[in-house]
Design a protein. Structure first.
Length: 187
């Protein structure tokens, strides 16, 4: 007997919800199938109908998050938004789950996956072209700076708007740290 698609999706979502509940409290590498099934209200055999193991579930939730962020990024590009609007929209789409996966209890392979998806989209806003001699280094610097700022922004409960954090990033990328400091001192 075939399952109804809405029941299948609801069951899968309950496992995803259980995963996030556990991931807020402990390292994702320590999440066990028994915990997931207890919280979701299903038995182990039901879990294995949907996922091969906890790594498969982790890949599933990561894929969904990356799809969401990539979709927002592509949408903002199709609207020909300014860099501040582009990054503001992308950062607004970054919800708590992304910070869980990027944080100390998350998945160390997640950030490279996010970078690999966003760099080709965001590179049009960088001050050099992808075929430039030191493009790889610039991208590495900008990525580290941006994700560092985003991590601090999240830790500060997003105390400034997505547009403000985006503008800060843009000013740092285009003007450098000393240019940013000089502009702040001039205020």
């Amino acid at each position: 007997m075939k399952k109804q698609p809405e029941i299948t999706e609801r069951t899968r979502q309950r496992f995803v919800d259980a995963f996030w509940k556990l991931a807020r409290a402990k390292p994702v590498s320590k999440i066990a199938v028994s915990e997931l099934t207890r919280i979701a209200g299903y038995n182990r055999s039901t879990f294995y109908e949907y996922f091969l193991d906890t790594d498969d579930l982790l890949s599933y939730v990561e894929d969904k998050l990356i799809e969401k962020v990539k979709g927002v990024a592509q949408e903002s590009l199709s609207d020909n938004r300014s860099p501040i609007d582009f990054f503001g929209m992308v950062f607004s789409a970054l919800n708590e789950e992304i910070y869980i996966l990027l944080g100390p209890n998350g998945d160390s392979s997640f950030l490279p996956r996010v970078r690999a998806e966003l760099i080709p989209i965001a590179s049009r806003y960088l001050p050099v072209k992808p075929d430039s001699e030191n493009f790889d280094y610039l991208v590495a610097f900008v990525n580290s700076a941006m994700f560092g700022l985003l991590e601090r922004w999240h830790e500060n409960n997003k105390d400034i708007s997505p547009e403000e954090i985006s503008e800060m990033m843009q000013r740092l990328v285009y003007g450098g740290v000393s240019g940013f400091i000089k502009a702040e001192e001039a205020k």
